[in-house]
Design a binder for this molecule. Structure first.
Ligand SMILES: Nc1ncnc2c1ncn2[C@@H]1O[C@H](COP(=O)(O)OP(=O)(O)OP(=O)(O)O)[C@@H](O)[C@H]1O
Ligand code: NI
Length: 327
């Protein structure tokens, strides 16, 4: 396999709310390699966004990163991101590691032209000398993200563009500084189905052309199948299974993954009936003891109630956190 770009180790984030401490993510560990698309998948509230944001310390009060390390490899140097000052991490965020969020509307400022905003993204990281220089470059970037008539579009304000075009602009700003890692958090969820497919195609094109690695956050197994090389399945703030995409779909071993794949139309297999996993996602203020999935798990035994299962490599590259894994 290719080189390691990102190493997330035991990442733990808590939110200190009036109701109690929300243990949003607990000991999350995974690697992202150069040139791959790595997906984080799971139901709502399982900690995908918190994980992706914590990587560059984008956690706001009442949240706090209470443990873990994030190593980022840049030009042969191994940087630990969580120990960096706000200023140092700001220099990495938006330059070496860029984000794309779900709603393009909220990523763009309604008061500035899209050309200005793409230009500004480069200007703040010293990629262009002036905003004016940047606008010339922005035309080329809009062309690369396949926005028609970029010379004219560069002068548009966000409200003059459709949702899909706005997301193209956001992707353009993301890649403007030639990042190594693009973190895309549900980048197509807010868009129409036809536009979704176009944006996913665009992400593939960007990945090819720029040699980017992509950390893709999604709750959609179809998108995982279409986009990802490897995938980590999250449940209630923890990674329960991690492997290449083919293995997850064909040989899932964690009871949660097995249930998840039964509850969604499996894009690689035809299923007649959708099943749902009984029970509800646990409250993260008082998560279940032992394995957080045990109250909903048909295979749960005594040890599952008392001991937290570690992610173990059961076959090459296939990690499962379960005391009673099976197929
Ligand atoms: N500001 C906050 N205050 C308290 N709890 C929070 C806060 N932000 C996130 N959380 C908690 O952290 C957990 C993980 O949230 P996160 O947004 O990462 O989920 P997600 O997997 O991205 O879900 P979705 O698919 O809905 O985006 C949730 O249980 C949520 O309640
Ligand atoms: Ni999210």
């Amino acid at each position: 396999m290719s080189e390691k770009l990102l190493e997330v180790r035991n990442l733990t984030v808590h939110f200190y709310t009036y109701a109690g401490v929300v243990k949003a993510i607990e000991d999350v560990s995974f690697d992202v390699y150069t040139g791959e698309t790595f997906a984080l998948v799971g139901e709502t509230g399982c900690g995908k966004s918190v994980t992706s944001r914590a990587i560059t310390k984008l956690i706001e009060s009442p949240g706090r990163i209470v443990g873990g390390k994030v190593y980022f490899y840049r030009n042969g140097e191994r940087l630990e991101l969580l120990g960096m000052s706000d200023e140092e991490i700001r220099d990495i965020r938006g330059k070496d590691i860029a984000y794309i969020f779900q709603d393009p509307q909220s990523s763009l400022d309604p008061l500035y032209t899209v050309g200005y905003q793409v230009s500004e993204a480069m200007y703040v990281h010293g990629r262009v000398r002036t905003i004016k220089d940047g606008i010339v470059r922005a035309i080329d970037i809009l062309r690369r993200v396949l926005i028609p008539d970029p010379e004219r579009r560069v002068k548009n304000y966000p409200h003059e563009l459709s949702g899909g075009m706005k997301q193209r602009v956001v992707i353009g700003s993301g890649i403007a500084n030639d990042p190594k890692l693009l973190i895309a958090d549900e980048p197509t969820t807010a868009l129409d189905v036809t536009v979704q497919a176009q944006i996913l195609e665009l992400l593939k094109k960007m990945k090819r052309e720029y040699g980017l690695s992509v950390l893709l956050i999604t709750h959609d197994m179809g998108i995982v199948a279409d986009m990802a090389d490897r995938v980590a399945v999250m449940y209630a703030g923890k990674i329960v299974e991690l492997s290449d995409v083919y293995t997850i779909f064909n040989r899932p071993m964690h009871p949660y993954t097995i249930g998840l794949l039964k509850s969604v139309p499996n894009p690689l297999k035809k299923v007649d009936r959708l099943e749902t996993i009984p029970g509800v996602v646990p409250n993260l203020i008082n998560p279940p003891s032992g394995c957080r999935f045990h109250p909903r798990c048909s295979r749960a035994s005594e040890i599952c109630r008392s001991r937290v299962p570690e992610l173990e490599e059961l076959e090459e590259g296939h990690f499962v956190a379960c005391h009673n894994p099976g197929e």
